[in-house]
Design a binder for this molecule. Structure first.
Ligand SMILES: NC(=O)c1ccc[n+]([C@@H]2O[C@H](COP(=O)([O-])OP(=O)(O)OC[C@H]3O[C@@H](n4cnc5c(N)ncnc54)[C@H](O)[C@@H]3O)[C@@H](O)[C@H]2O)c1
Length: 283
């Protein structure tokens, strides 16, 4: 993907794409989230890794969480190697008891909590006819329950420090339906509306927590999650044909949107949905 006109060569992109030997890149740092502490779930891989690396590069102290211990520790080590601050915690977003430990670790480790990026997620390809209730519930337990628990525990921790920003990674598939991915579509559509409900509840008109809540809706981005779909000889070609811009997205395309929502630059945004899909849902 690199070398395409307009492609950014940031350290986070190079690393998120799997280039584990990429040198940490602090070039172009503008401290857009300096002084903030962020939790990024799903930070061991793909979008979560790119988001964690970019937030740290822009001045945030980052708690990287994931069920994948090796990958999460690698992300945190990469951030520290670049001279920034990060710690890793093993964390299953669907388990309520894990959440209190993670928010406590952020506050104990870095003194406060300002930003939560609910990025951990799973995809399941299945027709409705073949989808079992067990598999449906598995997707929901991570993609939707995980975001609900994150909002619940994250907001309580942030409220102690005067407010913050919660960013929920939904999907273009949370706005439009796609074949053979009903559980994923439903979970991501749920994240979209849960985001709006929380945004109102935490605003001045609600319980006045001073917490902004927004969702991000990526199209097809090249990560380990989409690799099997993109590399499928038939399905991959079909997916490529849906892309108005003629190519898939890169993890940093999403990370830069998250950086904006995490920073005070977006102080008048809440309950909004940031679509980063190369025009897919504009069709
Ligand atoms: N890649 C895309 O095209 C795309 C598009 C739209 C939305 N998204 C969403 O972006 C998010 C990140 O996806 P990605 O493409 O980086 O995928 P990925 O598979 O590379 O990363 C997902 C991460 O979530 C972690 N995870 C899974 N279950 C977990 C759990 N129960 N608790 C904690 N961590 C868990 C995995 O270990 C992995 O590190 C997901 O929510 C996904 O649905 C991705």
């Amino acid at each position: 993907m690199r070398g395409r006109p307009g492609t950014r060569e940031s350290g986070s992109e190079a690393y998120a794409a799997g280039g584990g030997d990429a040198s940490p890149n602090n070039g172009g740092q503008m401290n857009r989230v300096l002084g903030k502490t962020a939790i990024v779930t799903g930070g061991a891989s793909g979008l979560g890794r790119a988001i964690a690396v970019l937030l740290a590069r822009e001045g945030a102290k980052v708690v990287v969480t994931d069920v994948n211990k090796a990958g999460g520790e690698e992300t945190a080590a990469f951030i520290r190697k670049a001279g920034n601050e990060a710690l890793f915690m093993k964390h299953d977003v669907g388990k309520e008891r894990d959440w209190a430990k993670v928010t406590d670790a952020a506050v104990k480790g870095f003194g406060r909590l300002d930003v939560l990026v609910n990025c951990a997620g799973v995809f399941l390809a299945s027709s409705i006819a073949e989808l079992t209730l067990e598999k449906w519930r598995w997707v929901m337990s991570i993609n939707l329950d995980g975001v609900f628990l994150g909002i619940k525990y994250g907001s309580q921790a942030m409220a102690r420090f005067g407010g913050g920003s919660i960013i929920n990674i939904s999907s273009a598939g949370g706005i439009v339906g796609t074949s053979d991915s009903s559980a994923y579509n439903a979970s991501k559509g749920g994240v979209r509306l849960l985001t709006k409900a929380a945004a109102i509840e935490f605003s001045k008109a609600g319980h006045d927590y001073n917490i902004r809540v927004n969702s991000v809706h990526p199209g097809v981005i090249e990560t380990p999650m989409t690799a099997p779909l993109i590399n499928d000889p038939e399905g991959g070609k079909e997916m490529a044909n849906w892309q108005p811009m003629g190519h898939f997205g890169e993890p940093d395309d999403v990370a830069y949107g998250v950086l904006y929502l995490a920073s005070d630059e977006s102080k008048f945004l809440t309950g909004s949905e940031l679509v980063i899909d190369g025009g897919w849902t504009a069709q």
